[in-house]
Structures are given as structure tokens and as C-alpha cells.
Design a protein. Sequence first.
Length: 257
Amino acid sequence: MRPTVLAVLVALAFPVTAAVAAPQAPAGGAVPAYVTAAINDPARKDDTANDDRRKIAALATFAEVKPGQKVVDLIPGSGYFTRVFSAIVGPTGRVYAVWPNEYGKEAKSDVQASKALVAMPHYDNVGVLMVPAAQFKTPEKVDLVFTSQNYHDYPDAFMGKVDPVTFDKQVFDSLKPGGVFVVVDHVAEAGSGMRDTDTLHRIDPAIVKKQVESVGFVFDGESDVLRNPADPHNIKVFDKSIRGHTDQFVYRFRKPG
């Protein structure tokens, strides 16, 4: 199935209100004003109840999203990050909400939500791309590829058992020199590699780092804002005792240049 662009990306300004309340600064630096303004955009009022738990201010700052950038939100789920990225990059930037075809078959309602989002004038700088899982690509070089809680899905059967290293190389090729790849995912037991990707929906951070670095990326830092030492790492992420509060690693990798 060929990739299909479901929305034309255009450069129309849309209002972003001034900050109502400054989010808590992430470790290692203050939250930029444009991130604060994006978080306080009234259009995402339904998302704000999750902002503290999801640490959006810290994550957007760590991901180095800036006005005018070209950004990929890979497997965007409900569009939580897409909406913030859209407000940050503004009318001169673009956000690609990228859905692997195989994942989209399992998340039809979320794909429809992405299509509905790009139909709103407020999100005219967002487009939806449907791509084969084994053929990640973007229509132009981008500044950031961001994926939250989905890297572990690529080697699983429903995604066609994509080789993560092959996928990482495709991400590398899609980025501008100096661009970044940010991976957020559920922590598996140390030394487990990819053993638990399809059962517990977790992955060992060490194997992710090894795979991503193997294609030319340079490890550029990590954030501990989503770490939870109370997570035992050996239960499903959907277990009611831990759901929504799993121990998650946040890694940033940079393409040299």
C-alpha cells in the first residue's frame, strides 16, 4: 500500500494564547516560553488533566521542539503530543502524524481521530501519513522524530516483525543533519532485550540504545521525568496496578551534522 497524504500541509497562522500558568521546569533547564504557550492553548483544554502525569512540559523541552520545525509524531495515539507539537512549531512548521498501516488496523478509532484533527482549521499545519511499517519515510527531511510507547511494537508479529535496526536506519535517513530521534517506552527487566515486547509491551532500554546507535545516531541524553522505581518491570503495562504509571525511559539520539 502506497503512503497517502490525507491532509495538505499549509502555512496558516492560528492563535496561541499567552501562558496562563508556567509549567514546572524540567531538570536541566527552564521551559521555553513557546512551549508554555503551546501547553496553555485553549484548543487542547481536554488534554490538560493529563499534563502533569505525562510531563508534557519536560518532554517537549527535552525533545527540543522549536517554532518553524518539521516534526514527526510517530504512532500518535489520541493526538496528545501532536496537538502540543502543532502549537509549538506554529504556522511556519509542520507536524506529520505518522501511522504504520499495520498498526492502524489495530487502532482504527485513533486513526480516524487523527484525520478529524487535521480537518480542523486550528491544526492546518498537521498532516497524516499512512506508511507500511517496514518502510518508514517522510516527504521531506525533518528535525525531530518522536515516538512514545511504541518502539517496542516494531518487532512484533502484528507489525510484520520489522527489524528495529532497519527501522532506525530509516528514521536516521529521514532526519536533517543535527536532527533528533526521541524514544519513550516502557522499561523491561535488565538484560531481557526484546523478550517482552509482545507479552508485557516492554523493552530493555539497553537494547534500544544499542540498536539506535548502531545505525549512526549519537546518544544525546536521557530524561528521568517518567521513571517510576515502584514498577516491578515484570507485569503487563496494562495491569491495573501500574497502568498509566509505568517506569519509562526517555532517550534522545542525534544525527551527526
